[in-house]
Design a protein around this ligand. Structure first.
Ligand code: G3P
Ligand code: MG
Length: 501
């Protein structure tokens, strides 16, 4: 499996001037064991590694310090700014991801019509199931190849634009869910940097837009792997997202004590002097308490901030506090700093607006710049999401588990195709992980023959349907049929085995 290195991302390593002996020893331990030492500051190890957690700790895919200096003076709305994303995590950080099977609490599926259904399975069609299994038995070589390929779909810019369907996306899912000559489910998962609502709600929304069932068992959004952090941190500040939905997300991930910024504002209105409105509804849905008695163990930015001024102020207060207690000042705020995690690093995101809009990455850069200006040192932080290694490793876990669900074979298909619209996240991450990569022209990428900095290994396609058909033809033969027909019934239609093979 190809490794993620800074040089692979075209990012020059900017190591801290002189890493301490402790940092070097710790990094060596991560590289050799895949698990960091405990409580060693200033690196961002997750605490409590002594206990046998259900998480896998993935070393961060960057060994340099923050990049805010390079970014803060050159922020623009040009999509080319995303060239600066690449590998960004702080020196020595580790990113826990959930181990193996999906947590059952996250599993559900909603049919295209919005009704709950069997996990992972399209509506029952007994006759077709019987016929297709006969065809698959008689066409065993092609069937094995179909189970040995898989797709990982980016969502925004590939299958949908916000709530708007990209029509080819609907057809692709019909094909992969069985409308093909074998009547077989070709494995596929969804891998998005999107965020902000529970997996089940997002899958239900996608199922409706795409007119195909989308299971939470085949779905990864930017904060999904962060559920592993629930085993490490008791009390967390959860930032971002609309209407408190991220509080619910964190609850479903198993976090025990969840604080959102409005809980703090409701307790102490002067904390955010630039906040002009605190609506009765916001107040009613906030949970005020005496925060001088609360130790916040970690800050989790799950989604885009809806109130930069308030969120930045509260985060800065916590980053300088003694043990995460608001209103206190740590004696050595740099080494005592509580950890901060971001669910993804996209600077810009295509939306319904004509020009791309700022995304979570710009909020992080604003925070890094403020932190550097006030504290005089770079902010250590951890970023999940594409193109980080942890997210792709987690995708393997999910795909293996999904194979078990749909084909009763708990293994990873060999030929995986990432289909994305963003060279700087989908494609660079897929390339580094050894996947085949397909770049489509329905989203961020609007360039020439291929992206120059991060070329897609399998090619550039007009849309997702063309990419999927090309991949299927490569793996399953140039004459692979993209429709199921009852006439494929080997008994009633009188096909011979050789004709089907
Ligand atoms: O940048 C935020 C998000 O909307 C991107 O989603 O599906 O393109 O990874 P996606
Ligand atoms: Mg996209």
């Amino acid at each position: 499996m190809p490794a993620f290195e800074d040089s692979d991302f075209g990012v020059e390593a900017q190591r801290p001037s002189t890493p301490s002996a402790e940092q070097v020893a710790r990094l060596q331990k991560i590289v050799s064991n895949g698990s960091p030492a405990k409580h060693s500051q200033p690196t961002l190890a997750v605490p409590n590694g002594e206990k046998n957690t259900g998480a896998i700790e993935v070393p961060a895919t960057r060994s340099s310090i923050a990049e805010s200096e390079a970014l803060m003076h050159s922020l623009s709305m040009s999509p080319s700014q995303v060239d600066r994303r690449g590998s960004r995590n702080s020196f020595g950080a580790s990113l826990p991801i959930p181990r193996s099977k999906r947590q059952s609490r996250l599993s559900s599926v909603t049919a295209a019509d919005g009704r709950p259904s069997r996990p992972g399975m399209p509506p029952v069609q007994p006759t077709r199931d019987i016929l297709s299994s006969q065809v698959q038995d008689m066409s065993s070589v092609k069937t094995a190849a179909a189970k040995d390929m898989a797709f990982a779909f980016d969502i925004d810019g590939v299958l949908v634009h916000g709530d708007r369907l990209i029509p080819e996306g609907k057809r692709v899912l019909e094909i992969l869910n069985g409308d093909n000559e074998l009547g077989i489910k070709i494995p596929h998962i969804f891998l998005t940097n999107g965020s902000g609502k529970p997996e089940a709600a997002r899958c239900a929304q996608l199922s409706k837009i795409l007119h195909s069932p989308v299971s939470t068992e085949q779905f990864i959004q930017s904060h999904t792997p962060m559920s592993a952090l629930a085993e490490y941190y008791e009390t967390v500040l959860v930032v971002g997202g609309e209407n408190y939905q991220c509080r619910e997300v964190a609850k479903q991930y198993g976090f025990k004590d969840i604080v959102v910024p409005n809980d703090i504002v409701a307790s102490q209105s002067t904390i955010s002097p630039l906040k002009e409105f605190f609506t009765p509804e916001q107040r009613a849905t906030s949970t005020p308490r005496d925060f001088s008695k609360v130790k916040i163990n970690a800050i989790l930015v799950f989604s885009d901030s809806r109130d930069y001024a308030t969120d930045l102020q509260i985060i800065m207060d916590l980053l300088q506090s003694e043990d995460g207690v608001l209103g206190t000042k740590a004696q050595d705020p740099t080494s005592q700093r509580i950890p901060i995690y971001f669910s993804q690093g996209d600077l810009l995101c295509p939306t319904e607006h004509p020009q791309p809009r700022m995304s979570q990455g710009t909020f992080r850069i604003a925070l890094e710049a403020i932190y550097k200006a006030i504290m005089g040192v770079e902010l250590e932080r951890v970023v999940y999401g594409k193109p980080e290694l942890a997210t792709y490793k987690y995708a393997d876990e999910v795909l293996t588990s999904w194979m078990d669900t749909i084909h009763n074979e708990e293994r990873l298909p060999k030929n995986i195709y990432m289909i994305g619209d963003n060279p700087q996240s989908d494609i660079v991450g897929g390339n580094m992980y050894g996947w085949n990569t397909c770049l489509v022209r329905t989203g961020v990428f609007q360039g020439g023959d291929n992206d120059e900095a991060n070329p897609a290994s399998f090619g550039v396609f007009k849309n997702v349907l063309e990419a999927v058909m090309a991949a299927c033809r490569k793996e399953l033969g140039g004459d692979f049929g993209f429709n199921w027909s009852d006439s494929m019934n080997p008994v009633t239609a009188g096909h011979s085995i050789s004709a089907i093979e």
